[in-house]
Design a protein around this ligand. Sequence first.
Ligand SMILES: Cc1cc2nc3c(=O)[nH]c(=O)nc-3n(C[C@H](O)[C@H](O)[C@H](O)COP(=O)(O)OP(=O)(O)OC[C@H]3O[C@@H](n4cnc5c(N)ncnc54)[C@H](O)[C@@H]3O)c2cc1C
Length: 370
Amino acid sequence: MERAEIDCVVIGAGVIGLACARRIAQSGREVLILEAEGEIGSGISARNSEVIHAGIYYPTDSLKARFCVAGREKLYSYCAGHGVTARKVGKLVVATASEQIPALQKLMEQARGNQVGDLVLLSAAEARRLEPELSCVAAFHSPSTGIIDTHGFMLSLLGEAEARGAALALHASVERGWMEDDGRVTLAVGGTDPMQVTARLLVNAAGLGAQAIARHLQGYPAGRIPPLHYAKGNYFSLSGPSPFSHLIYPMPEIAGLGVHLTLDLAGQARFGPDVEWIDQVDYDVDPRRGDAFYAAIRTYWPKLRDSALQPAYAGIRPKIQAPGSPALDFRIDGPEVHGLPGQVHLFGIESPGLTSSLAIADEIAARLGL
Ligand SMILES: Cc1cc2nc3c(=O)[nH]c(=O)nc-3n(C[C@H](O)[C@H](O)[C@H](O)COP(=O)(O)OP(=O)(O)OC[C@H]3O[C@@H](n4cnc5c(N)ncnc54)[C@H](O)[C@@H]3O)c2cc1C
């Protein structure tokens, strides 16, 4: 069996692992990225809304708020500098009944607390001037919300990491690990070419696999591993041209942002994600969930025709809180939590993880002393 020694191992080639690998490679460390699947970015990063969030919703000073606002700016400038397509299409958050107006205003205050200062409150008539088919009693416009070519972004991150000497191993599933006497970690890697890798630094960015990795790492205190709950988000696509040029969001729900309309870079509309708590990974979209989509969408787009929606795809949020419980923050657990030197483990990196990725990578580098 092959044995290797390296400065740093990053587990997971999703948007978070790739952003971390690039950042660590740029600070002059050798990096090996271990990815269980046969290609990069086929997990959560391939199954999301591809929205660059402004940073409106999250509690002030939470990691989600800080990384989203900082990450959004980093992301727009990265995309501009690296030929990755991103577009600031803007979004409208809509109140569809007068009882929702206080919550809409509260959301604007929350955004201000998060240093998102560019929101504009709109009357129903002003909102309709922007989007004639929209039905609402009030709305606000977020001009700094946008959309991104996520896969293009991940390819670009990988290219930059590799240009600084990082290596990617595909079909390389981390099975377990243990600590050496000198404080380094050794990982047993299965898959097509089983190997053992010893590293001084470790970043666990395995998304839905992060808890399993911590569980199979000798010395990781089991009581410090957060639970993992799968909150599936289903999407339906709209046949025909999009009636809207902005993203349209209803008021947020407890476990998600509500069934919203997003646009892909070709201008095609899709709706979702809803929230379906599941016990096992399963990406099939049940067409019967469409009924609830029609009802939700018609609260802000009454002209939605019958049979206009088709099941599209689904993603799974790696929730660390149980169904029905209030949202928790990202968990970025260093030695102060688990006691293992040189290791950072990321849990619960749900939305806005894509938007936050470059800011998270900077944080990881700082935590590793780079
Ligand atoms: C429905 C939905 C909508 C979302 N919408 C948005 C949005 O619009 N904007 C936004 O900013 N964020 C959004 N997000 C969040 C965003 O997609 C995630 O935060 C981000 O993609 C997480 O990336 P990741 O690298 O942590 O995980 P992943 O992309 O899942 O990458 C983890 C990788 O680790 C690999 N792996 C797992 N176990 C092992 C192992 N044992 N060994 C080796 N490799 C392993 C997996 O194969 C995978 O490739 C959304 C998420 C969901 C689910």
